[in-house]
Design a protein around this ligand. Structure first.
Ligand SMILES: [Zn+2]
Length: 447
């Protein structure tokens, strides 16, 4: 370690301690300052435990929270960024908050959610033991660029990586990463067997239609959602992997699945949650975690935090789900459409820095099937854009109500009782939760 790295961490730690003494929440600021001063500062942390990282476009926060729940059982000490501060500066802040003055980080496990584009820089400096890659979808084009650029960046890092690599074997974009380093014997694929609503055709914008090895069009026997499904290359055989873990008998009604001849029941009824759980199960299996712990977590643990979170007000149930790209939004709409009852939709769209200012991704959302949706309320800084998008899909404009102020939108939504769904993008999800809670609690107090 260079003395300069040691000094930057020491300086950062003094900064954190001072902020604590002043009773100020240090937040992301110390990491940002340190990173600005020295982009190699992560080298100075001495972590004495395995580091498990989760990356991919959708599901990082959920999987990280599940792993944190499982790995912390039995009084294990976990350090994790469960709130999703997943950039290099966020991880730097997390370590600063949990290290000694000399940069020692002591825990049983570090479980980190890491933004895809930050994986190479963070783990060229910290020794990674296990990397989970969930999926790659088109996401925040103005910040991340095309998805192919991002995949190549991660692939380059993996060419010299020999740790555990847990990959979604049903997504060609992640499956291909297993070929990045032929010397790595620690590649584990997870897969989910065909479920009831799998389709023979691709109905949503998908990436990865061509074989990354030889460029031939991939052949699919079915799509689970977006471009995730059972594929192979007819020319070179890419995609013929042997899954280490495969979920079978997926039933979204109960919801449940079987794996290794055992049945598991869970709380979330979406196919993409099944994929998240398959990733969680795989990591738990590699680390020999007691199956009862895994079963209990799968049965009872809820991530909440705007991920399939339920809110109850009088006779109305609302399910809120974060969606920051077309695939995420399509998944919530799929769930909404699989519900035969009448329902309303609230869509909150912001265009702040963390969302990407470019909201053109909403045109890749599939609004053509709107099964029994009686009313749509739109809100957020781009409330009008999403209203226009939905109107353009052929939905009756008379049933679309624009309420840019979130509190107004929530109040209006609950002026009629009944089943409700809400979609909110990245910076919209927490304000939407707050508006929902304030409305529900405020009303409860006056009853
Ligand atoms: Zn091929």
């Amino acid at each position: 370690m260079k003395i300069i790295d040691f000094l930057t961490v020491f300086f950062g730690k003094v900064m954190v301690k001072t902020l604590h003494l002043l009773k100020r929440d240090a937040g992301n600021a110390p990491g940002l300052v340190l990173w600005t001063l020295n982009k190699k500062c992560l080298r100075a942390f001495k972590v004495d435990c395995p580091i498990i990282a989760v990356t991919g476009t959708n599901g990082k926060t959920s999987v990280t929270n599940y792993l944190n729940n499982i790995f912390s059982q039995g009084d294990k000490h976990i350090i994790t960024n469960r709130q999703g501060n997943n950039l290099d500066t966020g991880i730097c802040s997390l370590l600063l908050n949990n290290c000694t003055m000399t940069g020692k980080v002591h825990a049983d496990y570090l479980v980190l959610e890491v933004d895809e584009s930050h994986v190479p820089v963070v783990f060229s400096q910290l020794k990674l033991e296990t990397l989970v890659v969930l999926n790659f979808f088109r996401d925040q084009l103005d910040r991340n660029g095309e998805v192919e650029t991002l995949i190549l960046k991660v692939k380059k890092f993996l060419e010299t990586y020999e740790g555990n690599l847990i990959l979604n074997g049903d997504d060609p974009n992640t499956c291909r990463l297993g070929l990045a380093n032929p010397n790595n014997k620690n590649v584990y694929y997870f897969s989910v067997d065909k479920y009831k609503y799998a389709t023979e055709k691709l109905y949503e914008a998908g990436e990865g239609r061509f074989c990354p090895e030889c460029g031939t069009a991939l052949e699919y026997s079915y799509y689970q959602y977006s471009h995730v499904g059972d594929f192979h290359c007819p020319k070179c055989g890419f995609g013929n992997i042997k899954p280490y873990v495969q979920f079978k008998n997926v039933d979204l009604r109960e919801p449940s699945f079987t794996v290794e001849n055992d049945k598991y029941v869970t709380v979330n009824n979406s196919i993409y949650n099944m994929y998240n759980l398959a990733a969680v199960y795989t990591a738990s299996k590699i680390y020999n975690i007691d199956k009862d712990i895994v079963r209990d977590c799968i049965l009872n643990f809820r991530v909440n935090n705007g991920r399939m979170e339920s809110f109850q007000y009088n006779n109305s149930t609302l399910t809120l789900n974060l969606a920051k790209n077309p695939v995420g939004a399509n998944m919530t709409l799929r769930m909404l459409n699989e519900d035969e009852n009448e329902k309303e939709l609230l869509f909150v769209l912001n265009d702040n820095l963390a969302d990407g200012h470019d909201v053109s991704w909403i045109w890749d959302i599939n609004f053509t099937i709107f099964n029994n949706v009686t009313r749509v309320v739109t809100s957020g800084t781009r409330a009008y854009d999403i209203a226009v998008r939905i109107k353009n899909s052929g939905y009756d404009p008379e049933k679309i109500v624009v309420k840019p102020d979130l509190n107004d939108a929530v109040e209006f939504l609950f002026s009629i009782s009944g089943r409700k769904y809400a979609i909110a993008n990245y910076t919209a999800v927490q304000p939407t939760r707050t508006a929902l809670k304030n409305f529900i609690n405020g009303k409860a107090e006056t009853v």
